[in-house]
Design a protein. Structure first.
Length: 308
């Protein structure tokens, strides 16, 4: 069944969503998600991913897990693949691992996690093993050194796992502008597949040097904190979306924020986090239709800066 434009509006506005969620596979078929290719391999992946830092850090009760299971089910059904987690996000990696195995989708998703420890080589290796075990997988798709912590040691571990066929891609992450200079040095000297960094309408520093450098170095770019940890919604509370947002098929503030990032030519995947199935549907909508051009991106920045 084909979902009409009006139905899409209803989903985005959060009204009638329950009625329409069962029709989402049709949504995915009719409006394929934006795909991007990983520079080091040419593998195509959907540009809309999913984060999990705080959202999946829940207890074992059915009540807490149920909305997250629905978020994961919808994500996969709507064509999403890239899932980002870390062993240091509380229970997130384990809970997500249980849920993807209950749904039987653990091998359908692109599993991105991290080594995140100051405890040295053995502790890093133990985290890598625990990540594989908690997702019931033989391979991690992307393993990243979290916030550049003990980066030399853990890059060696991840590279060795890549050589052994237990990890497919190697990456490094940050979400702090104070680490950008160090990150720049790492990107210049290390052989990497991906860099993950924070970039949003509220935090645009990465566009100055890191995003162009990542492009020059042929790296995939994963964008974290695309909503500046939810703060962007606070800045537009009570404000109408401008009429001209329709020119790039944008139906909500969430899509406004995400399409701004997706339109940057260096960006491979963005990983908004949510614990709410309706927000997931809203976010996935940013991966269909047109994107803003350069002039419109400037207009988006001016609008946002005028609010804050
Ligand atoms: N150094 C690193 O490696 C690093 C650092 C930071 C983050 N990350 C990764 O990046 C991911 C994303 O960053 P983040 O989780 O910090 O923040 P974020 O994605 O910028 O924002 C998440 C917040 O936005 C809300 N939200 C999501 N979709 C929404 C929608 N459509 N409408 C209204 N509210 C919405 C969520 O609340 P609801 O649950 O209510 O939807 C949540 O509070 C993390 O989960 C993590 O995987 C990595």
């Amino acid at each position: 069944m084909k979902i009409s434009r009006r139905d899409m509006l209803k989903i985005s506005a959060g009204t009638g969503a329950a009625l329409l969620l069962s029709e989402l596979p049709a949504f995915a078929q009719d409006q394929p998600l934006l795909m991007r290719s990983i520079p080091s391999s040419g593998q195509e992946i959907p540009a809309l991913g999913l984060g999990s830092a705080r959202t999946f850090n829940v207890g074992p009760s059915g009540e807490e897990r149920a909305p997250l299971k629905e978020v994961l089910r919808l994500f996969q059904e709507m064509g999403g693949r890239f899932f980002d987690t870390a062993p240091t996000y509380g229970t997130s990696e384990r809970i997500a691992g249980q849920l993807v195995q209950e749904l039987g989708i653990q091998n359908d998703l692109f599993f991105a996690t991290k080594i995140s420890t100051g405890g040295g080589r053995e502790a890093g290796i133990a985290q890598q093993e625990a990540s594989l075990q908690s997702w019931g997988r033989d391979t991690i798709d992307l393993n990243q050194v979290h916030n550049l912590r003990d980066v030399d040691t853990h890059l060696r571990t991840i590279r060795q796992a890549k050589e052994e066929g237990r990890t497919r891609y190697v990456g490094v992450t940050t979400s702090f502008a104070r680490q950008y200079q160090r990150m720049e040095q790492v990107l210049r000297i290390e052989e990497l597949d991906f860099v993950q960094l924070n970039y949003s309408l509220g935090e645009r520093e990465a566009a100055e040097r890191l995003l162009p450098l990542a492009q020059d170095r042929g790296l995939g770019v994963v964008v974290n904190e695309p909503y500046n940890v939810g703060r962007l919604f606070g800045a537009v509370r009570g404000r109408e979306l401008p009429d001209w947002a329709a020119e790039f098929d944008c139906r909500s503030w969430g899509q406004f924020f995400l399409k701004y990032i997706l339109a940057h030519p260096a960006v491979t995947v963005i990983i908004p986090a949510t614990s709410d199935p309706e927000h997931l549907v809203d976010n996935m909508g940013a991966g269909v239709g047109r994107l803003p051009d350069e002039r419109t991106r400037t207009r988006m920045e001016e609008l946002f800066d005028g609010l804050t």
